[in-house]
Each structure stands twice: as C-alpha cells, then as structure tokens.
Design a protein around this ligand. Structure first.
Ligand code: NDP
Length: 287
C-alpha cells in the first residue's frame, strides 16, 4: 500500500511555527486579527467558520465575523466591507462566496487591500501568484497542496505533474506554483482528450475536479504521488475525494503516496489561511 500523506502532520508542523510568530507579534503589542464577512448563514459557511476559528484560536489569532443579512443591498454591503477594509486592527479579510444573487463581489475584489486579501480574491494577489512574486497571498487551497508536498520533502524539479481541474481557486494558481518549483505541469479539464493517459505519465497527480472517485487505479502509475483536493459526498452520503482511495493506494504501491479525504488537504487549507493572517500582520508592521 502507498504511504499516507496525512494533513494532520502538516497542520501540527505549521502550528508550531505559527505559534512562535504570533507570540513574537504579541510581544510587540500586535494580535493578528482576521475578519470573515458572511452574508446569511449557509451551513457550508458556518462549518468552514467553525474550523477556521478552532485553527486560529489554537495559535493565538483573533477571528471576528461580520454577519450581514441575506437581503442586504449592494451599497450597504460595500460600505460595511469598506469599514472592515479600512480598520487598522483587522489584518486579514475573507468574504464567503457565493453571495446572494442581488450582490456582486467584483467591487469588493477590486477594493480589497492586497495585504488583507488573505484568500487571493483581488487582482493584485492573483497577478503576484501568476508572476511568481512571493509577496502576494496565494489561494489557500492551492497553497495547502504546496505545503503538503513541501512537508513530505517532495522535490518537484523536473517532475511531470498532472493537475486535474483549471479553476481560479485551485487548478490554475496551483499549476503556476508548481512551475515556479520547476515542475513540468500538464493541466487537464473536461475537454482533455485522454485524461487517463495524462495521469498515467505523471510522477505527481493533483486531483481538483470535484467528482467523487474519478481517479481510478488504471489512471495511476506505480510509485506516483497523488494529492486529492476534491471534497465530495458519495452515494452513501460520506465525505470523499476525487480519488478512488483504496484501489489507487494499492496500485501506487509502497513507493507511492496518496493524501486521504478526509484527513488530507482540506484541514491544511485552514492552517494556510491562518498563516496568511499572521503574515499580513507582519507585513503591516514591517516585520
Ligand atoms: P470547479 O467546479 O470550479 O472546477 C472544477 C474543474 O475540474 C474545472 O476546471 C473542470 O473542467 C474540471 N473537471 C470537472 N470534471 C472533470 C472531469 N470529469 N475530467 C476532467 N476535468 C474535470 O471546482 P473547484 O476548483 O472550486 O474545486 C475542485 C474540487 O476541490 C471540489 O471537489 C471542491 O470541493 C474541492 N475544494 C477543496 C477545497 C479544500 O479546502 N480542500 C477548497 C476548494 C475546493 P472545466 O474547466 O472544463 O469545466
């Protein structure tokens, strides 16, 4: 069976480093602080919020939530956002999306202070990720994949990496970040002619398509590394990834490795978000 790439290990290692940085900030009188802007109370948003709160509090980062009514109109929504954007005590902002249909997030994405834009919604951070400028905040999930690979000492130089999915939150930024680490990246999507062949020739597969169990044993090569970003619910109502875990883990063999769902990339994403808030606070105080 393949080695299990556990998100828990990555989270524990990140926690240690983040706690030290938070303590250093607090010694200077700064408590790194995050504001989540939530319109309404979607169960998915509430679940994410609970996870983020737990992670942030565990390392001394403060989390506030600005809860706005579901029927709020655009002008008031923007005013509320601007208040948080201009508040010097707030270092990181995250807006839960999708928004209700009467609202547009475009003015928010344009207006957000790039330093506070900890989940990369605005054009400045997107441009920085795509141009390889390390001063930006990358999208948290794409960064979480990189943290997993880094934690497990996966050398990307010259490796063939197949990324399945080309969204702006995962696939596209991830492919840029992998290339910055000298990987040769193939991006796949719904129009890819032979997805199985593109996956089979990969040393590393990053699956971010959002289809339960679509990466099967016949699509991977023995010894490959498979990172499963997908979060899906299967026919039995259980949380699962894009990878058919048991058969893929068996095919990869002892030389291979695979991240599980749950227990893989998902939890690391909240740690990355927390790290971005600490980083934003450090940037604001020139540390
Ligand atoms: P999107 O739906 O925005 O994008 C999915 C991408 O996968 C698209 O580019 C699509 O191609 C491609 N795709 C879909 N089906 C196939 C297929 N059968 N073969 C090849 N390519 C396919 O999803 P996201 O990027 O937002 O999320 C992807 C997955 O990651 C989801 O399961 C989501 O839940 C999970 N996720 C996990 C997070 C975490 O914290 N771990 C955070 C964010 C997302 P095309 O462009 O042609 O339509």
């Amino acid at each position: 069976m393949a080695k299990v790439l556990s998100g828990k290990e990555v989270i524990a290692s990140m926690k240690e480093k983040m706690t030290a940085r938070t303590e250093a900030l607090k010694a200077r009188g700064v408590t790194p602080s995050m504001c989540i802007i939530r319109v309404g109370a979607r169960p998915d948003d509430l679940a994410y919020e609970r996870g983020a709160r737990k992670r942030m509090e565990s390392v001394g980062v403060k989390l506030d939530v600005l809860e706005l009514p579901e029927d709020i109109e655009q002008s008031l929504f923007q005013r509320e956002f601007q208040r948080v954007n201009e508040d010097p005590a707030v270092h990181g902002i995250m807006l839960f999306r999708p928004l209700p249909s009467q609202l547009s997030d475009e003015p928010i994405a344009r207006a957000i202070d790039p330093v506070k834009d900890v989940d990369c919604m605005g054009p400045v951070n997107i441009a920085k990720v795509f141009s390889g400028d390390p001063t930006g905040h990358a999208p948290c999930t794409a960064q979480a994949v990189m943290e997993m690979l880094d934690h497990y000492d996966v050398d990307l130089t010259g490796k063939n990496v197949t990324v399945v999915g080309r969204s702006m939150v995962v696939g596209k930024p991830l492919s840029m970040m992998l290339q910055k680490k000298n990987a040769t990246v193939t991006m796949c999507h719904t129009r890819t002619l032979d997805l199985a062949a593109e996956c089979r020739r990969a040393d590393i597969i990053c699956a971010a398509a959002g289809h339960a169990g679509m990466i099967t044993a016949d699509m991977v090569s023995t010894g490959a590394i498979v990172i499963d970003v997908g979060i899906n619910v299967n026919e039995e109502g259980k949380l699962c990834g894009d990878v058919a875990y048991d058969e893929v883990a068996a095919k990869l063999g002892e030389a291979g490795a695979v991240s599980p769902v749950p227990g893989g990339v998902g939890g690391v994403t909240s740690s990355v978000l927390t790290e971005h808030v600490i980083r934003a606070a450090e940037m604001m105080y020139g540390i």
